[in-house]
Write a protein that binds this ligand. Structure first.
Ligand code: SF4
Length: 376
């Protein structure tokens, strides 16, 4: 069974792509040409601001097919945005660099299913505009520190074999003393990160889950072992690492599952290389349930008891969340390096107190705790 699962794993989810669509005005951009050359896939031209042929219609219904299609286009809006955290919960003041939308993997809990209105994958090829915007933001106040991630609306590395974007970003951030880039992924695509002069300004991060959740709920993602091997390779190249246990899912046997993942993590990755680890229990916009149940009939993640959070998202009730966190936090604390910052994504001060025994505000806030791990 294990061998079979290994065979079906996806180290590099870009293999799922079947066709590339290029917006008319982007055909001659050098970035576009490089991507087409690397991908070696059939491609066609799309008129400006129009949908690729055959992919209009209901987004959720077309998503499985849409994930085989990549649109290369220009981002006409802003690349750089503050994280859409909410004031009701303690937030880490992360900033988001939007490099595209959607990804070739398919997670039953993916928030993008309810958020997007187009089913294909989008990648922005006006990289010069992206870097110019970053310059404006980062150079405006050199004393202000920024932690910036590209994994909010897409997976940071899932398409990296063909886009090569990580090289450009890692080299760019190496020259910015007031910023750190976080590349977050569920793939094992790290080839482009080899032999780059990253100067400690890039953190490479993986979402982790219990082996059962990875297998059942995260389609076309790398296996846990593949993710951790890739992480160990990045540590050997001198990168700091991060891990996100998010979404933590309650299911029969969850204790054994998360314990096994934590065991594998510290068996394969040097604890001292880990800058931060986040914990976040499953939460979702209520209308995601309808889409998730329809698209993943075998998944049971939505059939639990949930309450409406202050941010309008459904989440496990507090006692349940605290129970999940206490167990996982204890396991992590047995192996984690004392300098690794373990934090909650979007939780209340009460939950921090109950699980970790302190309010992050007493430490200057989550943002300051994270900043200390990479800027000091
Ligand atoms: S890897 Fe991330 S972006 Fe891709 S489907 Fe899963 S949750 Fe969504």
């Amino acid at each position: 069974m294990t061998a079979q699962r290994e065979k079906r794993s996806w180290r590099d989810p870009s293999k799922y792509l079947r066709h590339i669509h290029v917006e008319e005005g982007c055909v001659d951009l050098p970035v576009t040409r490089e991507i087409l050359e690397r991908a070696q896939l059939p491609w066609s031209v799309v008129p400006e601001r129009q949908a690729p042929d055959g992919l209009d219609g209901d987004c959720a219904a077309n998503l499985s097919h849409g994930k085989q299609h990549l649109l290369l286009c220009r981002n006409r809006g802003q690349f750089f945005k503050p994280c859409p955290g909410t004031k009701e919960y303690r937030c880490c003041k992360y900033e988001v660099l939007s490099t595209g939308m959607n990804c070739p993997m398919d997670c039953a809990y993916c928030i993008l299913q309810a958020y997007m209105n187009t089913p294909w994958i989008t990648h922005y090829v006006n990289t010069g505009d992206l870097l110019a915007e970053l310059d404006r933001v980062l150079d405006a106040d050199p004393s202000r520190l920024h932690r910036i991630g590209t994994g909010e609306f897409t997976d940071s590395l899932a398409l990296d074999r063909i886009t090569g974007l990580s090289r450009i970003l890692v080299e760019y951030f190496a020259g910015k003393p007031n910023a750190v880039l976080e590349l977050k992924t569920k793939s094992a695509v790290v080839g482009n990160l080899a032999s780059l002069a990253h100067r400690g300004r890039t953190v490479v991060a993986w979402s982790l889950n219990s082996p059962a959740v990875v297998r059942r709920e995260e389609l076309r993602s790398a296996t846990l072992v593949e993710r951790l091997e890739a992480a160990a390779q990045c540590a050997a190249w001198g990168y700091r690492l991060a891990f996100h246990f998010d979404p933590i899912i309650d299911y029969p046997g969850w204790q054994d599952g998360y314990r096994e993942t934590i065991r594998l993590l510290f068996a394969r990755v040097p604890a001292a290389s880990i800058a931060w680890i986040s914990l976040g229990a499953l939460r979702y916009l209520p209308h995601l349930k309808e889409i998730g149940v329809e698209r993943f009939p075998g998944s049971s993640i939505y059939f639990q008891e949930f309450v409406d959070g202050l941010d309008g998202k459904s989440r496990y009730y507090r006692k349940r969340r605290v129970g999940l966190y206490q167990y996982i936090y204890r396991q992590l604390m047995q192996c984690a390096d004392p300098r690794t910052c373990i934090y909650f994504c979007m939780e209340s001060s009460e939950v921090w107190q109950e699980v970790m025994g302190f309010d992050p505000e007493a430490e200057g806030g989550i943002a300051a705790m994270l900043d200390r791990t990479v800027f000091d």
